[in-house]
Design a binder for this molecule. Sequence first.
Ligand code: UD1
Ligand code: UDP
Length: 367
Amino acid sequence: MKICIVLSTRPEIIKLAPLIKLLKLKKENFFLINTNQHYLNMMSNIFFKYFNIPHPKYNIKASAKTHGIFFSKTIKEIEKILFKEKPNFLIVQGDTNTALAGCLAASLYNRKFSTKYKKIKVVHVESGLRSFDDKMPEEVNRKLIDHLSNILFPPTDIDLKNLKNENIKDKKIYKVGNTISDTIKMYLPKIKKNKILNKLNLRRKNFFLLTLHRPESVDNIKNLIKLLFIFQKISNKLNKQFIFPVHPRTRKSLKKIGISHERLVLTEPLGYLEFNFLVKNSFAVFTDSGGITEETTVFGIPCFTLRDNTERPETVLIGTNQLVGINPKKIKFYLNDLLSGNIKKGSIPELWDGKAAERIVKKLISL
Ligand code: UD1
Ligand code: UDP
């Protein structure tokens, strides 16, 4: 068995770390391709180091000036590598442009009819998620990846059902749970202690944590200003700071509007331990991230999901999340609930038990 893993972005590294660790432990033959979609140290390298992930054998440096430029260079380079390495499996995770580029490259490679070329099985980890909102590039990416993949690993029953509703064959699908729970379980003991509270001069449960990076929240300047105004009002009223590790995409928009408010504390993107220590010790989290809504679900921390839809409905149905969009009325409503202690406890979805990577590796070995 020879496995190629294509990755780059922050959530891909975080969620593939347990799988890579297990493949290493089992001495399986695998190598990594980094597309460098995320190229800043704090968005990429820092996570490779923290999770002790082997250096990628191949680094593609595709400009992300336009999606077209990114895809054409990345697919071309990955295809070249696949001809050279001839892996049996190519693994991608989630819904990023990197994941789609890896999947497309393998899928195009598989068009060769010659018997010399053994086909590559495309493996999709975190398959079947659907927001049913085609305005999101990620929704389009996910659907394409799922329909081009040979082995699909949905985390939950809802994701599995989404795949069946799109007539994807049962025999390709294996529900395995969510690898984020593995990451948390592996690194949770270390989350008990960290210096970040002191560094930012924070008291436990006395601050909000905020992240924003979706184009609809941050590229749309009107929406971004509206959101910042809401946070300013809340922080003034409750005398609690908002700690805001800023994604590079968001940094660009913030530069355009220029903000300054003593209770809105902007930081660089944080390391995994620092960030999740803040999640666990926050009063509540405000975010438009996907992965963070999963982490708040696992930790049982109240989470205002700043979106109108989610491809992770379990985090709202079972977990502690609430979809509030950028609607001040909805935010106020949930905040009042939170302040009066009238808040659902939430629980952890089935198979988010820290064993997802184990199930994935077991399945791959058996194929
Ligand atoms: C990407 C994913 C998104 C995921 C997010 C995780 C796609 C379509 N989107 O969004 O699903 O939730 O990663 O964070 O793949 N930038 C830098 N340095 C970096 C990374 C990004 O400066 O290391 C800036 C660049 O100006 C870039 C912009 O951020 O143009 C957007 O980056 P991009 O990778 O296209 O999308 P993300 O918003 O990061
Ligand atoms: N994260 C981090 N540092 C930060 C912000 C987020 O380590 O400053 C982690 C977070 O714990 C989660 C992941 O990054 O595991 C989420 O990434 P992001 O929000 O960029 O992407 P999404 O999950 O929305 O695709």
